[in-house]
Design a protein around this ligand. Structure first.
Ligand SMILES: C[S@@+](CC[C@H](N)C(=O)[O-])C[C@H]1O[C@@H](n2cnc3c(N)ncnc32)[C@H](O)[C@@H]1O
Length: 267
């Protein structure tokens, strides 16, 4: 890509990230202003991408279950936003006894998000919000069985790796890191997370959805814990070259690196 195209691309990435934030803010404000007798969580389907989050939440839950020997009691979601739909979908439909700690750099996002769940008997007790830049969150990150890192936290490769390195420093050994990555041309808008970005972690699975779910899911385990195989005995990953390697090499600005590490869990 020429420097001009690279600049265009980074402006587009920034614009899309801002747009996603405004989209969430808009619908979270509408939902939060419903009459007092209405539970905003009963009307989440007004959000245009709600069905994508239902699919992504199911996918992430299924992949997480393959690599965890127990139900996580505490999950951290970093970059939860005004519409913390990943936490809500997991809490409502998949993990009824898990507490979700949602971290966001933007206090207004947290104000909107907490009012979204405040009228729900169950989730008002299981959804907690913290306003901080993830890079300033140090103590306490070792109390989570699972840490999610939102796609929009770290919008370029360097920022993404910085966030991952910070989490590696503060997460508990053996804890699971769930990341969102991209595949093929989707990498034009979202940074690809590959094995070389996960120092200090054991890469477990990279899953590329083939439907309208945009994000790829990357699961890794912080080294140092008692590594337990997944419930169904999932073994390690296998190197499989991907035919999108040229696209990825360009998007990842790694023109020399022609092979991309492509992993898929072996059931
Ligand atoms: C728009 S949300 C998308 C996540 C989506 N709501 C979900 O449930 O998967 C992404 C959020 O990440 C937050 N964010 C970006 N950089 C961050 C950082 N360094 N630390 C904490 N939050 C951050 C933004 O403020 C934004 O609200």
């Amino acid at each position: 890509m020429s420097d001009e195209v690279k600049d265009m691309r980074s402006n587009l990435i920034k614009l899309c990230g801002e747009a996603e934030g405004y989209l969430e803010q808009h619908f979270s404000t509408i939902l939060g202003s419903l009459p007092e007798d209405q539970n905003p969580l009963d009307h989440l389907n007004i959000f245009p991408y709600y069905s994508n989050y239902l699919k992504l939440g199911k996918l992430e839950y299924d992949l997480l279950s393959q690599h965890s020997s127990h139900v996580p009691s505490k999950i951290a979601f970093v970059g939860s936003g005004p519409m913390p739909l990943t936490s809500i979908v997991l809490a409502k439909f998949h993990l009824p006894n898990t507490t979700f700690h949602n971290f966001d750099i933007d206090s207004h996002a947290n104000t909107l998000a907490s009012s979204l769940v405040s009228r729900d008997q169950d989730l008002s007790k299981r959804m907690i919000f913290h306003t901080t830049d993830v890079l300033n969150a140090t103590e306490g990150l070792d109390q989570y069985d699972v840490v999610f890192l939102a796609a929009l936290v770290g919008m370029d490769k360097e920022a993404k790796v910085k966030a991952i390195e910070h989490l590696e420093k503060h997460m508990a050994p053996g804890a699971i890191l769930m990341l969102r990555s991209a595949h093929a041309l989707r990498a034009f808008l979202y940074p690809i997370v590959d094995s070389s970005d996960l120092k200090g972690f054991q890469l477990l699975t990279i899953y590329h959805p083939t439907d309208d779910v945009v994000n790829s899911v990357v699961i890794a385990r912080k080294l140092g814990g008692s590594t337990t195989n997944g419930v169904n005995g999932t073994r390690g990953c296998m190197f499989m070259p991907c035919n999108c390697s040229k696209v990825h090499a360009i998007m990842n600005n790694r023109c020399k690196k022609m092979m991309i590490e492509e992993f898929s869990a072996i059931e």
